[in-house]
Design a binder for this molecule. Structure first.
Ligand code: ADP
Ligand code: MG
Ligand code: MG
Length: 250
């Protein structure tokens, strides 16, 4: 599904290398987790994959189902099936959440050559999915993320993901700032989407989330590289011993 090879990225503005040769393959149907100390480049990796400005790829590449995504515009990446749930979801004043989602869903369907959903069909789908995530009707009418609590923003990200049905979902610290109940809702939302044709890259600081979203593979990122890869037990090792010992032995 996603193949990252020897990816080197620096900041556009300064000569500062952030990713220093990331190699990562995520197979369809799998959930991979990335853990790692603060500042190791986890968010940068997700930004570069989604096409955010300000970064320059100096070597290597990334492909989604064999297609070079780094050459695509951000909206082309989304149409190709890539979705990123941000660590800090953006607020969009003046644009209703429901309108935003309907536009996004229909743009996506159009790009895939599918028919647009009618207002009625869309409403039926979004109401059901919002209910699962305990997002009330009022939140659907308000401007996107404006005045939402941290937990509401994260749940709204998962709602977007559920509505867009992407193939490759990247969640960057979607658990940060969530209480246990909200984290469970988010995890349930992700688990409901797990399946054959879809893969996940779950970036998290803490093992906690991985109790609820059981990863197939766990990677440790440090100083711009994946330094260790293992099974779920690797996350437990981090929880118990921290990163220190792991990084020394890597
Ligand atoms: P993580 O998500 O693993 O905590 P980040 O990808 O956010 O790490 O950051 C990796 C490193 O790159 C950090 O040292 C961070 O300060 C630096 N960095 C990332 N983006 C910028 C930026 N726009 N300007 C300056 N430094 C940046
Ligand atoms: Mg960070
Ligand atoms: Mg980060």
């Amino acid at each position: 599904m996603l193949e990252i090879k020897n990816l080197h990225v620096k900041l556009e503005e300064e000569d500062k290398a952030i990713l220093k040769g990331v190699d990562l393959t995520v197979e369809a149907g799998k959930v991979h987790a990335i853990m790692g100390p603060n500042g190791s480049g986890k968010s940068t990796l997700s930004y570069v994959l989604s096409g955010r400005d300000g970064y320059e790829v100096t070597d290597g590449g990334a492909s989604l189902e064999g297609e070079d995504i780094l050459e695509m515009e951000p909206e082309e990446r989304a149409a190709a099936g890539l979705f990123l749930a941000f660590q800090y979801p953006v607020e969009i004043p003046g644009v209703g959440n429901m309108t935003f989602l309907r536009t996004a869903v229909n743009a996506q369907r159009k790009a895939r050559g599918e028919e647009e959903l009618s207002a009625g069909e869309f409403l039926k789908v979004i109401r059901a999915k919002a209910k699962d995530l305990k997002i009330d009707a009022d939140m659907l009418k308000r401007p996107v993320n404006v005045g939402f609590s941290g937990g509401e923003k994260k749940r709204n990200e998962i709602l977007q993901m559920a509505m867009l049905e992407p193939k490759m979902c990247i969640l960057d610290e979607t658990d940060s700032g969530l209480d246990v109940d909200a984290m469970k809702l988010v995890a349930d939302g992700v688990n409901a989407l797990r399946g054959e044709g879809r893969a996940f890259l779950v970036i998290t600081h803490y093992q906690r989330l991985l109790d609820h979203i059981k990863p197939d593979v766990v990677h440790i990122m440090a100083d711009g590289r994946i330094v260790k890869t293992g099974g779920p037990e690797l996350a437990l090792e981090v929880e118990t011993n921290g990163y220190g010992d792991l990084l020394e032995s890597a």
